[in-house]
Write a protein that binds this ligand. Sequence first.
Ligand code: PMP
Length: 382
Amino acid sequence: NKWVTVSAGLVTLASLYSAVKASTKLSTLSPPRHSVAELIGNTPMVKIESLSKATGCEVYAKMELSNPGGSAKDRVALGIIRAAERQGLLRPGSPDVVFEGTSGSTGISIATICNALGYKAHISLPDDTSIEKLSLLESLGAQINKVRPAGIVDPEQYVNAAQKACDNLNNTQQTEARGVFADQFENDANWRVHFNGTGPEIYKQLNGRIDAFIAGCGTGGTIAGVSKYLHGKLGAKLKVVLADPQGSGFYNRIKFGVMYDRVEQEGTRRRHQVDTIVEGIGLNRLTHNFNQGEAYIDDAVRVTDGQAIRMAKYLSVNDGLFIGSSTAINAVAAVKVAETLKPGSRIVLIACDSGSRHLSKFWKEALKVDAGIQLQEVLQEV
Ligand code: PMP
């Protein structure tokens, strides 16, 4: 009888404990939002256990892939659209159109947010854009303008094509719709969303204790905005490291001060010859966002395609973290940076988008990697 009473007591205690635990979890849920646009930002942060254990540092991923449009570009698209509304260039309730030239996540974010806010999206892209991104844009109902791949000096290049399509709409009298060119490379709203959102969130989520921040550079908006915010808070204590894929010029720029600025490159200079499977980062020109955001960058790490592919598989198998190519580049850089820091240091990297955006190219290669791969093998220089 005594045992019955004791075990009944234990059962009651256990159920009380799980009820309290469940209610604590529930109390952290946020209230309903009024639009998908309000779901953007405030992304979670996760500790990457496998890399933390292996390096002796605490390695965290800022989960930008949790945004409703699947990447950090939701913040940028929303920031650009809101800035255009404030300037009266986009009119809520109108059939206005947002134009952008992009082969990447920004188009998907613009299309998503345009749907949420009642605008139309018009995306120009090279005709070799990956099938999953194209299908997504089609599914989101964006108007798509495919152009042949071309250099930035070519008027038919997709960014220039987007600008031209926007001008065409604004020059016609046949419709009341007006167009806005999002222009993520040159638009200040880009780095500002990271300065005002991503940066402060990272700082708060880690209670201000951060030793290193790692991101790649496409438009430069993320690394410029976040590094500027964190530098303001932490000063020289913080190490900001740019993770660069093979063939990109940022690494040389940071390490040796040699990279062609945009004007010079448009003239006669040679392009870098090595290509990469990685999408979204790694260019050979400095953008307005990189410069205007005053990126505080201490160092750069170059990562090979092989390392990125193997890292993606490693994190999927060991941590359940299913990432895209630019995130994999950041994760490899994080391990290399950890070697230069004291044990216990905290490293934050941006997890830009999910592996599902990269199935046809990057993950086709990652699939071939042995599931039992060790971290030393991931880091081999090939
Ligand atoms: N990762 C992915 C998948 C991207 O699409 C981009 C943006 N092109 C980046 C990283 C780099 O971000 P940013 O443009 O802010 O430099």
